[in-house]
Structure formats: structure tokens, C-alpha cells
Ligand binder design. Structure first.
Ligand SMILES: NC(=O)CC[C@H](N)C(=O)O
Length: 313
């Protein structure tokens, strides 16, 4: 097993992945259903890893901030797990892969307003509802949570992106109202949407993002400051959910190719966890039809191959 590539060998691997990434730049396109996201230069690529001893290594545009979008669904769920009893969460949202697009409506109707998991849009709206119903100033709390986890105290919302999402809210609003109609959403729908869109709008770079999820590689402890984020059992549960549901209806293919728990966002970011070793964040804005970064996924395949180890064998 070569899981413990030394510093220089891993750096050489990250540099090579970054150099090879432009090969993917003729495929896929930037998410433009949120107009403010459509303005991003599509040909960026960045990659960062955060080791469980808090050391960071990176290559490419790893210090350029991007819209974290659905990756925030992980941080929002963690906040809910910190503040609420398990039953309060899991009686309202499932833990099964959806096999449907991240913003699909069909299943939600058939399953009477109970989202399949917290990582599709309906599930994240539900988690947001849990948060806004119980926490005063959820946006502020979420921002502080991200700042603490990433170790960057200027991480914040991109108001232009949040507004752009609100201006094009129809589908997310439909999901939220459908849950409301089934009695599975307590708070005011517009408040839930505004809070959810602000979470999606947060701008972070690959280094900040890798740091913010390093606790998932470290049995629930943030290696930056030694603070406990979640318990070891909750860490395992979160990683299980990431592996089965983190890339929506491409979760099976991602597990097949990369073999790591992961979460993508339509800003082109993907996080992945190598338990016991490191967290990873890649970013490249061109997306495939599932809303996942093409160059990002390729790079993660290359990284796992280069490291020669995955928790799946
Ligand atoms: N997959 C994503 O990143 C989707 C997030 C986006 N803000 C949306 O709600 O549509």
C-alpha cells in the first residue's frame, strides 16, 4: 500500500493532475441555469488536500474562490446533527440514494413530501427548514460554522449569486411548497429559500474547502484546532451518506471510478474524503449532465490511482 506518499511525491502528483486537467476543457459546460454562475471562466482547475495533521498541499487555481453550491449541504447537515436529536432529523428526511436528478420533483410527490436524502435539493431545503425553525439567525450561524471549520474568517456569502438564485427560484420553490403541502416543512417557504440560497452562494477556495471537511477524514475532529465537530459514529454515518448520495444519480458511477465518499456542487467543486488520511477539494466549472465537474472527477480518479489506495480496496 502506498497511501502514505511522501510530501514531494504527493505534490508531484497534484502538479501533474493540474497540468493534465485542460484535456477536459473541451467537454461539458458551466451551470447557467443560475445566471450569476454562468459568468465564471470555465477553464479553471484547482486541487487541494488537507492531511489529518492539518498540513495542506495544493496545485492549480486552489486559492481562487468559487461558489460552493451544493457542497454546503454537508455543512448544513452537520450543523443540524450538532443541534438536533437524530429523530428530529431522520423522521423528516431519508438516507437512501435517490437515483434522480438533484432537483427532481417526481419522487418527492410519490413519497409524500419526504425527501430521499439530505444531499438532493429537497433534502437540503428540509434541513434548512429544521435549522431556521430552531436556530435564531441561521445564516449568521452557518457562516460562522464555515469560518470555524475552514480556519478563514472572511468566508462569506456572494450576494449576487444568492439574488440570482432567488430570481430563478421556481423549481426549488416548487419542491419547498410541495413539502409544505405534505406538512413536512414548518417555516415560511420564502425564508427557507433565502437561507438555502445564501448557503449555496458561499464563496470558498479549494484550500478552505478541503480544510472545512477535514474532520470527516479525522474521526470527527477538526485537525486545524483539535475541536470535535461530530462523533466518530456520526463521521462514519456522514461518509456513508456521501458515498451513496453525494453525487446524486451519478453516485454509483463516482463510487465505481473514485471509491471515496464525495459531494459535488454546480459551481464545479467536489469534495472527497480519504478516511484516516486526508480530505480533498477539486474545482473546475465545466459540468457533465448530472451537474458534476468533469475535470474534477477525472482528477479524483487520477489522485486515487496515484495514491494507490481507497477505503474500498
Ligand atoms: N447541485 C447543486 O449544486 C444545486 C445547488 C443550486 N443552488 C440549486 O439549488 O439548484
Amino acid at each position: 500500500m502506498t497511501a502514505d506518499l511522501d510530501h514531494d511525491a504527493l505534490q508531484a502528483l497534484l502538479d501533474r493532475l493540474s497540468k493534465d486537467a485542460p484535456r477536459c476543457f473541451n467537454e461539458g459546460k458551466v451551470a447557467d441555469y443560475i445566471p450569476a454562475l454562468g459568468e465564471v471562466d470555465p477553464n479553471h482547475f484547482g486541487i487541494a488536500v488537507c492531511h489529518v495533521d492539518a498540513r495542506v498541499q495544493y496545485a492549480g487555481d486552489a486559492l481562487t474562490r468559487f461558489s460552493i453550491q451544493s457542497i454546503v449541504k454537508v455543512h448544513a447537515l452537520v450543523l443540524a446533527m450538532q443541534r438536533l436529536a437524530p429523530d428530529d432529523i431522520w423522521s423528516r428526511v431519508g438516507r437512501e440514494p435517490s437515483g434522480q436528478a438533484f432537483n427532481s420533483m417526481v419522487q418527492l410527490e410519490v413519497e409524500r413530501g419526504v425527501p430521499r436524502n439530505p444531499f438532493i435539493n429537497a433534502g437540503a431545503l428540509l434541513v434548512t427548514d429544521l435549522l431556521v425553525s430552531r436556530i435564531v439567525s441561521t445564516q449568521y450561524t452557518l457562516r460562522e460554522h464555515l469560518r470555524r471549520l475552514s480556519g478563514s474568517d472572511d468566508v462569506g456569502f456572494d450576494e449576487r449569486v444568492a439574488r440570482s438564485e432567488m430570481d430563478h427560484k421556481a423549481r426549488n420553490a416548487a419542491l419547498a411548497y410541495l413539502m409544505k403541502a405534505y406538512g413536512n416543512l414548518d417555516a415560511d417557504v420564502e425564508t427557507v429559500l433565502d437561507t438555502y440560497f445564501h448557503g449555496c452562494s458561499v464563496a470558498m477556495n479549494c484550500v478552505e474547502m478541503a480544510r472545512s471537511v477535514a474532520f470527516l477524514a479525522n474521526r470527527g475532529v477538526n485537525p486545524l484546532d483539535g475541536s470535535r465537530v461530530v462523533s466518530p459514529v456520526e463521521t462514519r454515518q456522514l461518509n456513508a451518506l456521501l458515498l451513496t448520495c453525494g453525487l446524486y444519480d451519478a453516485a454509483g458511477d463516482f463510487a465505481w471510478r473514485v471509491g471515496l465518499p464525495g459531494k459535488s456542487g454546480v459551481g464545479g467543486g467536489i469534495i472527497a474524503i480519504l478516511p484516516g488520511r486526508m480530505s480533498i477539494c477539486v474545482w473546475s466549472p465545466r459540468l457533465d449532465g448530472y451537474g458534476n465537474s468533469i475535470a474534477g472527477r477525472h482528477a479524483l480518479e487520477g489522485l486515487v490511482e496515484g495514491i494507490g489506495f481507497s477505503p474500498l480496496g
